[in-house]
Write a protein that binds this ligand. Structure first.
Ligand SMILES: [Zn+2]
Ligand SMILES: [Zn+2]
Length: 548
């Protein structure tokens, strides 16, 4: 059935399968299109911007993704998870003279939030990380788990000595790698698996000592997709480490790789899927950047089996979730929840609540049952009151909708939404989001300009102030980063992390699907390569025939 999105006015489809899921779970039909639904969820998380501020309980200086000016109370994670405060103290009676969202907004401004969203109990020396866990000696990595000595990266897992990477797993000594797996001692790789000692590769598998190649399998000593001698490889390799060479290398690579066909979908071991950047998924519709999905639709960054879920942002190890974000690890039957980790079940409209069940409209509750607006009820009372609240919410047009834009604790441009769905300040404000203005007058002149090679850099650089050539923001070089850049033989960055991260994200296809024809056999394909994209796109069969 076709509907019109309440926010952007675009047409969107509710499929037969969606209808069955919604009916089975007694959820009204969505009123926003898929993109607007995703946008509304992601603005509730700030992954990459960190601030120094005070813990509102201990007054200690802490690192948090809540700006010091945010209206919310913020407690250091250690304190937030301790018994030094009780979220039930903020409990309140449900008031039928007000809407649910009005009351929930009041509660959300009263109950303290944890300073960060990371598995701090398992982290070692990784204070500047977020949406992350089990990391050791890491700095400025986000949405990333189980890494060692990794820096300035987004969505990397089980990796070591990597820097400036984006969605990389099981890799070591990689620099500027995007969507790669099991790669080693390489730089400027995209969509590669099991490659080592290589530079400027795309869509290569099990290649070694290769430079400037695309679509190769099991090759050694190739340059420009041509077999060369070891000596020639070494000669070309010497041209991969100065900034000038890297800049011209990237420029050449960008036009070189257009000559090679691309597979219509990034990913492997999928069955009956529509979407992109998927692996090990079965029956997944309109899903992106996800692994191990089963019977799911409209999932973004799902992981670690996700079963029978719809409209999800960054959840994993969970079943039967709807319109939920940044949650999982043992969750079952959550609707309209965010930041709720750990075994939880049967919760609706909850934030930061875990190891709990049968909660409605709660914030920060753990190990409890039958609570509404952080107030304890008996099972009988709970089961009588919740349907009445849902009834009222339906009349107010609230039930079925995720938390509204103005309830996000973060400014639109602090969130990944600004990368996925960029808006101008005016557009963001018009839609009810907030905006955080950077004070450009605070930017200072650089005390140091990064030289062409890492060999020219002295340790004294650690005391210098650099200036991003794109944004004008100041940034510094840390000791661990300098050590790794020396090991990788790579020059100092000339942009701040935020611009580097944005650039890597822009190298990937957007979460949007188009109908195209396979450039080889004319088969219909659904792909993230837009019809205007100059890429040569093949269906899976034609691509496999070409590359193996
Ligand atoms: Zn829309
Ligand atoms: Zn084809």
């Amino acid at each position: 059935m076709e509907k019109i999105c309440k926010q952007c006015g675009d047409k969107f489809l509710i499929r037969k399968e969606d209808k069955i899921f919604l009916e089975n779970n007694k959820i009204p039909e969505p009123t926003l299109c898929v993109d607007c639904r995703e946008q509304r969820r992601i603005v509730h998380g700030n992954h990459i911007y960190l601030y120094k501020r005070k813990c509102d309980l201990t007054e200690k200086e802490i690192i948090s993704n809540y700006h010091p000016d945010a209206p919310h109370k913020v407690y250091d994670q250690n304190v937030w998870y301790s018994d030094k405060w009780d979220p039930m103290d903020f409990g309140r009676e449900y008031d039928f003279s007000k809407t649910f969202f009005e009351q929930f907004k009041e509660l959300s401004l009263a109950v303290p939030r944890p300073s960060l969203h990371r598995g701090f109990q398992y982290d070692e020396n990784s204070d500047y990380t977020n949406y992350a866990g089990k990391n050791k000696d890491c700095y400025m990595i986000f949405d990333s788990d189980e890494n060692r000595e990794c820096y300035y990266s987004y969505s990397i897992n089980s990796s070591e000595n990597c820097m400036d990477c984006y969605r990389v797993r099981g890799s070591q000594l990689c620099y500027e790698a995007t969507d790669c797996e099991k790669c080693y001692n390489s730089a400027f790789l995209q969509d590669c698996v099991n490659c080592s000692d290589s530079y400027f590769l795309q869509n290569c598998v099990s290649c070694k000592n290769c430079i400037m190649c695309s679509n190769l399998r099991n090759k050694q000593y190739c340059v420009n997709n041509v077999q060369v001698s070891k000596e020639e490889y070494e000669k070309q390799k010497a041209k991969c480490f100065s900034r000038k060479d890297i800049t011209s290398g990237n420029k050449y690579f960008n036009s070189f790789k257009l000559k090679f066909p691309k597979k219509s979908i990034h990913g492997i071991q999928n069955e009956n899927v529509v979407g992109d950047y998927l692996s090990g998924c079965k029956n997944a519709y309109y899903c992106f950047d996800s692994a191990s999905l089963w019977d799911c639709s409209y999932i973004f960054q799902g992981f670690n089996p996700l079963k029978n879920c719809m409209d999800i942002q960054e959840c994993g190890d969970a079943e039967l979730l709807y319109e939920t974000a940044f949650s999982g690890y043992g969750a079952y039957n959550l609707k309209f929840c965010s930041h709720s980790l750990g075994t939880s079940s049967d919760m609706e409209y909850c934030i930061h609540s875990q190891h709990a069940s049968n909660l409605f409209g709660c914030i920060g509750i753990q190990h409890k049952k039958y609570c509404i607006l952080n107030k304890q009820y008996s099972e009988k009372e709970y089961k009588e009151l919740v349907p009445k609240i849902i009834e009222q919410m339906k009349k107010d047009g609230e039930y079925g909708e995720f938390f509204p834009a103005d309830m996000s604790p973060f400014a639109y441009n602090e969130t990944i939404a600004q990368i996925q769905y960029p808006l101008t300040k005016q557009e963001a404000l018009k839609r009810g989001y907030t905006w955080r203005e950077e004070n450009k007058e605070e930017f200072k002149p650089a005390t140091y300009n990064p030289p062409n090679t890492i060999q020219e850099v002295k340790d004294a650089v650690l005391e210098e102030l650099l200036k991003c050539e794109t944004s004008g923001r100041n940034y510094k070089i840390i000791k661990a980063e300098l050590d790794l850049l020396r090991k990788l033989n790579m020059p100092l960055p000339t942009e701040c992390f935020f611009e580097r991260n944005k650039r890597r994200s822009a190298m990937r296809n957007k979460r949007k699907l188009y109908d195209r024809k396979c450039a080889k056999n004319g088969e219909d394909i659904i792909t993230t390569y837009s019809p205007g994209d100059p890429a040569i796109v093949y269906c899976e069969d034609c691509y496999l025939a070409e590359t193996y």
